[in-house]
Ligand binder design. Sequence first.
Ligand SMILES: C[S@@+](CC[C@H](N)C(=O)[O-])C[C@H]1O[C@@H](n2cnc3c(N)ncnc32)[C@H](O)[C@@H]1O
Length: 247
Amino acid sequence: MAHQYEADQWQRHVMNWHDPHQQIEPLAHEIEAVDGALAALVDAGILPHPRYDHAKFLAHRAAVRDHFDIPWTAITPRMQRLLYAINAIAQPRVMVAVGIFCGNTFISNAGAAIGPGAAYQAQRLVGLEINPEEAARARRNVASIDAGKAAEVLAQDGIPWLRDFTSTIDLLYLDADGTGGRGKSIYLDLVETGLHALHPGSLVLAHNSVNCAGELADYLDHMRNPTHFHASMNMVVDDQGLEVSLY
Ligand SMILES: C[S@@+](CC[C@H](N)C(=O)[O-])C[C@H]1O[C@@H](n2cnc3c(N)ncnc32)[C@H](O)[C@@H]1O
């Protein structure tokens, strides 16, 4: 089975990282690109169906645009929609995101369960960010659109946190870039450290599967090996990419 879905014009879906709310293509093209990705994930048995509430997604997008303080982000409009949709469809009770910077990556996942785009009720949504200033900013950002208790932002290193976590994770989102030149090669450590918390049906999402494919070669090989993960697909909707894996 093909390990990759390529959306139309993906090479040209490149954003200005300092102007995250700019619409860079007609909304209909964005929806079509993401619908194609969701259909591919359904075909691969990774998602049960491709349906999500488009109006709720736009409410989520508007709240982030109006309230979040985002110094920069590489989450394109297509990626924001894809992350929201995967979470809205899979409805993880426990979602853990590692390397959330100012919180935009976290809310792109968690926004399916909290804030004005909420489409289901989650039990626990954890954002881990090793830089305390950015963790504080992410916490303020999340609080600006949600007053509930499900979401928490922790200023912690994801490796020891995952090692010590004793419950289950339904969706693990990876976006950390390790220190000391390790870059995105930290993803394999993160998934292996958190493996004990995954269960059959858990999803693992990895940002930068396209632009960091070189640094992620060991991770991608591991996730695409069916003796490790049930299925894994590269969602090439933009120049960044998202590897979606089913345990
Ligand atoms: C490049 S940023 C992610 C930005 C995101 N892709 C976006 O576009 O908004 C990666 C973040 O991972 C954090 N990080 C690096 N190693 C980490 C670790 N071991 N645990 C938690 N966070 C980590 C960094 O401090 C940084 O804020």
